[in-house]
Design a protein around this ligand. Structure first.
Ligand SMILES: Cc1cc2nc3c(=O)[nH]c(=O)nc-3n(C[C@H](O)[C@H](O)[C@H](O)COP(=O)(O)O)c2cc1C
Length: 357
């Protein structure tokens, strides 16, 4: 019964990981991919994508982040995995799912799924290179052109010593078009003994319920659904009766009331990390997801749509978005979703003290 936050290069990076893990309900995150080509990357390349390495591999809310590597050269992947572990990543995840042409042309990401023996070599080399206590996991699609090798790939990953497997229920050819084939994830799960996490197209509590039923998994990974509705993980836990995760006691979700201070916090984080000319774009990118679920985010998106100057965006946020929660934290409160519930002050009840933006 676990909820993982998906790696999403260019979208769900450290600032949004910070925000979404503050929202609550998330057990673990995976970083967006760190591309490995022919050498051990400099330390700064790991820290740029995974600044959580500066804080024991945890988000400010105290949720562990597993660094993800993408590449096809087994020896080089192993050297970089060892370095990542040395830098303090709580685990190493391997990407066998990226559909990007430029990645697949170099034999990385989903293209590796055409050759389970090669997948096995990469996972084995990484497993042997990192200390035994560091978890090695993999994230795969059902296949490249089709799903015929899904079980073979999963077995190769298990035989090579991986501890866990996330399956995105689509092939590379399916891209991101719905549906995700949760029933095929069930076949993969049955082919191996390691824990399998189901991923793809979970946008609501009802989707989560159906995905769990069809895949037979007891863990899910949320990507775009959590970006669109940061209260989703808490809502799933509450409605399915799953136990709260560490740091979630008293944490509740009150839709727009909860989101407003998080929008301000996100804005501060991207100001500290993104060059000014791209800051407005980052805000609009998140609002574009949020407006699927929140009418007020649609209004905000429409108001900011044509603005590119970060000062104008800041002024609009200050004028229209509440910077502090309307209601305050009640110790020992229960998890709930929707309605005007009590909400913890951002970052005040987590294992790890909040850090400066
Ligand atoms: C913009 C974007 C970037 C992504 N980047 C990564 C990545 O870096 N590593 C990875 O394993 N998967 C990546 N994915 C795939 C997601 O982790 C996830 O498998 C996919 O979005 C399906 O889950 P969802 O329907 O819940 O979003 C990315 C997906 C998107 C849309």
């Amino acid at each position: 019964m676990q909820i993982l936050l998906a790696p999403m290069e260019g979208l769900l990076d450290a600032p949004l990981r910070d925000i979404l893990t503050r929202a609550g309900g998330v057990d673990r995150c995976v970083s967006e991919f760190i591309r490995v080509t022919e050498r051990v990357l400099p330390e700064r390349a790991f820290r740029r994508i995974m600044p959580e390495l500066d804080h024991g591999g945890l988000t400010p809310a105290g949720v562990p982040v597993r660094g993800q590597l993408l590449g096809s050269d087994a020896a080089c992947m192993a050297d970089n995995a060892a370095r990542l572990a040395e830098l303090g990543s709580p685990g190493v995840d391997l990407n066998f799912g990226c559909p990007a042409k430029v990645v697949n042309r170099h034999g990385g990401g989903a293209s590796l799924l055409q050759d389970p023996a090669h997948v096995h070599r990469v996972v084995k080399a990484v497993r042997e290179a990192v200390p035994a206590h560091i978890v090695v996991s993999a994230k795969m699609r059902l296949g490249f052109h089709d799903d015929a090798l899904a079980e073979d790939n999963a077995r190769a990953i298990e035989a090579a010593g991986a501890d866990e497997l996330v399956v995105h229920g689509r092939t590379k050819v399916h891209g991101y078009r719905p549906p995700a084939y949760w029933d095929r994830i069930a076949h993969v799960r049955e082919a191996v003994r390691i824990p399998v996490v189901a991923n793809g197209e979970i946008w609501s509590v009802d989707d989560a319920r159906r995905c769990l039923r069809e895949s037979g998994c007891d863990a899910i990974m949320l990507g775009r659904g959590m970006v669109a509705d940061p209260g989703l993980a808490l809502a799933i836990r509450a409605e399915l009766g799953w136990p709260a995760c560490a740091g979630d006691a008293g944490r509740t979700w009150a839709d727009w009331d909860t989101l407003q201070p998080l929008l301000h916090h996100y804005w501060r984080l991207i100001q500290g990390r993104v060059v000014p000319k791209h800051q407005a774009g980052r805000m609009k990118q998140w609002l574009n997801f949020l407006r699927r679920r929140h009418p007020q985010a649609e209004e905000a998106y429409q108001a900011l749509r044509t603005l590119s100057d970060s000062r104008q965006v800041a002024a609009w946020l200050d004028a229209h978005i509440a910077a502090t929660p309307r209601v305050i934290h009640e110790p020992g409160g229960v998890l709930a979703s929707g309605g005007a519930h009590l909400i913890a002050e951002v970052g005040d009840n987590h294992a790890c003290a909040p850090q400066a933006a």
